[in-house]
Design a protein around this ligand. Structure first.
Ligand code: SF4
Length: 188
């Protein structure tokens, strides 16, 4: 995932505005600053993640079903406009995959979270404009991503080196990948 994808300080503004709009948004357990983040851990902790938040309730006028996963990303103006125009599934399929798998893996601890559409917030980091989108659970996508994760773990356990995403470490995704040195340091 690109290193700049996570919400940082701009997410705090988004959280405040969403709460001001009447959403009962939890970003940490008990909504305490020192509370743990919501997340999941499966396969002995080898597949895990933290969600940005959970909308526990919302004013009826907004038409949101709850509990709903909340995911928030910040991006430059060009990517943000693409997201507004085409939606997250088309403009940022990697985020859509993340949302689907988070909905699936959070279901045991937050029953109903996979049947309610997720709320996706995209922040234009150049202008602070916000885009909100409801993302229905894509069970097929979640299954494909889960299967892929399992295949990667199996290959890793077998000492098998899976193909890289690109032929050169100069590839855009590789330049922003946290595992570049280790990945490209291995024999092909
Ligand atoms: S550096 Fe390796 S792990 Fe990271 S994106 Fe590129 S191919 Fe994938």
């Amino acid at each position: 995932m690109p290193a700049n994808a996570r919400c940082s300080s701009s997410s705090h503004l988004a959280i405040r505005w969403l709460r001001a709009a009447g959403l009962d948004l939890y970003t940490r357990k008990g909504n305490r600053p020192d509370g743990d983040q919501f997340g999941f851990s499966v396969a002995g902790g080898r597949i895990r993640g933290h969600v940005d938040g959970i909308v526990a309730a919302a004013p009826a006028a907004l038409g949101l079903r709850t509990p709903a996963l909340w995911e928030c990303k910040t991006m430059n103006a060009k990517n943000w406009r693409a997201c507004v125009k085409d939606g997250v599934a088309v403009s940022k399929p990697v985020y859509a995959a993340q949302i689907a798998i988070y909905q699936a893996y959070m279901e045991p601890s937050v029953p109903g979270i996979s049947s309610a559409p997720a709320l996706y917030t995209a922040i234009n980091k150049d202008t602070a404009e916000l885009h909100h989108e409801q993302v229905a659970f894509d069970a097929d996508l979640a299954q494909r991503m889960s299967d892929r994760a399992v295949r990667i773990l199996q290959a890793t356990d077998a000492g098998e080196l899976l193909p890289r995403i690109a032929a050169s470490r100069d590839f855009f995704e590789c330049r922003f990948c946290a595992h570049t040195d280790r990945c490209w340091g291995l024999a092909a």
